[in-house]
Design a protein around this ligand. Structure first.
Ligand code: DSN
Length: 390
């Protein structure tokens, strides 16, 4: 529908063309359905709904209560959770506020949080010093093995025992491999720490039964909804229900601790995406996303590119471009010039600075939504190789 604001309309259309024309390998992006966009652009954006269903501060919330309840119900159904054992908060506006709400709800200022360091694949909100999570709390960093570039659970255990963190965070933004959630739980138990899993990157793969679910082992699971889960920007916080009342503490941290009114158009759009992810087609999608990443990684390696950890178990691949004399910035610029969109990324034990690191991160979630299959990945690897060597 035509807009009265022609300037913004023109920019939206230009972005639509840019998205259609380029090959998108940003590992944290995806393409939502028309229904998700309709929910986001709906009149639900007009409503203030501070509080939770049945307990709002403003009147007129009967309908948005139904929206939020439906979102909660679908989240339980998708991840096969029993509402007797789990609670879900749908209001955190995105991944960073979701993670911050967990810190705010469960930790005292200064407490130790054990999170993966950024260059090994962690997220800023896992306690990095430039994030509020690293300013108000103390990060105990851990990383991957120098030899395998995969998690070394014995080393993680040793760090946890030495540092006695209050919370351990598992789940990463640039770690391509499967995580042994059970082992992380055992380590957390040994030091009496909470186990928080940030499954933002792999949530859609978990939903599609293509990647192990963290729920049997975690106390808290946070996720964004817009990566492999293919929903709008947003987040969910799942909390195990027991006598510790973590669920109540985290709800209070989200509102009124950190946020005001939830974005009900966003909640509705998340509900739509969760229903879509319940379909048989989505299960195929999740499996295809991983197959595509595995073929792309294999082909790139065959063309001489060093792939961190020698492959992937997920949608995500880290390529060490420095091993071929490039840097992350050059590599991502060259690819953009060839119509392929990626991000520069640190690699484990990176000797280059974060603004111009040694790697690039590739992900197959978006292109798989667009119908790409293994044969397309073979051609894509050749295209990437040609652009990088140009
Ligand atoms: N920016 C997200 C990602 O790309 O992984 C994490 O916040």
């Amino acid at each position: 529908m035509a807009m009265k604001d022609r300037e913004i309309e023109k920019l939206i259309k230009a972005e639509e063309v840019r998205q259609k024309k380029s090959i998108n390998l940003i590992a944290s992006e995806n393409y939502v359905s028309k229904d998700v966009l309709t929910a986001l652009g709906s009149v639900l954006t007009n409503k203030y709904a501070e509080g939770y269903p049945g307990r709002r501060y403003y009147k007129g919330n009967a309908i948005v209560d139904e929206v939020e309840n439906l979102c909660v119900e679908r989240a339980f159904k998708l991840f096969k959770l029993d509402p007797k054992d789990w609670h879900v908060n749908t209001q955190a506006l995105s991944g960073s506020p979701a993670n911050l709400s967990v810190y705010l709800g469960l930790l005292e200022k200064g407490d130790k949080v054990m999170g993966m360091s950024l260059d090994h694949g962690g997220h800023l909100t896992h306690g990095h010093k430039v994030s509020i999570t690293g300013k108000f709390w103390t990060q105990v960093p851990y990383g991957v093995s120098k030899v395998t570039e995969m998690l070394d659970y014995e080393e993680i255990r040793a760090i946890a025992k030495r540092e006695q963190p209050k919370m351990i965070i598992a789940g990463y933004t640039a770690y391509p491999r499967v995580v042994d959630w059970k082992k992380m739980r055992e380590i957390a138990d040994e030091v009496n720490a909470y186990l928080m899993v940030d499954m933002s990157h792999v949530a859609g793969l978990v939903a599609g039964l293509a990647y192990p679910a963290p729920f049997p082992y975690a106390d808290i699971v946070t996720t964004t909804t817009h990566k492999t889960l293919r929903g709008p920007r947003g987040a969910l916080i799942f909390t195990r229900k027991d006598s510790r009342e973590l669920d109540k503490k985290i709800d209070k941290a989200v509102f009124p601790g950190l946020q005001g009114g939830p974005h009900m158009n966003q909640t509705a759009a998340i509900a739509v995406a969760l229903k879509e992810a319940l379909s048989a087609d989505f299960k195929k999608y999740a499996k295809q996303t991983i197959k595509n990443a595995q073929v792309l990684a294999k082909e790139l390696m065959a063309l001489g590119w060093r792939v961190v950890s020698n492959g992937t178990d997920s949608h995500l691949i880290l390529v060490d471009v420095a091993s071929q004399g490039l840097d992350g910035k050059d590599a991502s610029d060259k690819l953009e010039n060839a119509g392929i969109i990626v991000n520069k990324n640190g690699i484990p034990f990176d000797t280059r600075p974060p603004v111009n690191p040694s790697g690039i991160r590739l992900g197959t979630a978006g292109e798989t939504t667009r119908g790409k299959e293994e044969k397309d990945m073979v051609l894509l690897a050749k295209k990437i190789d040609k652009a990088l060597r140009a």
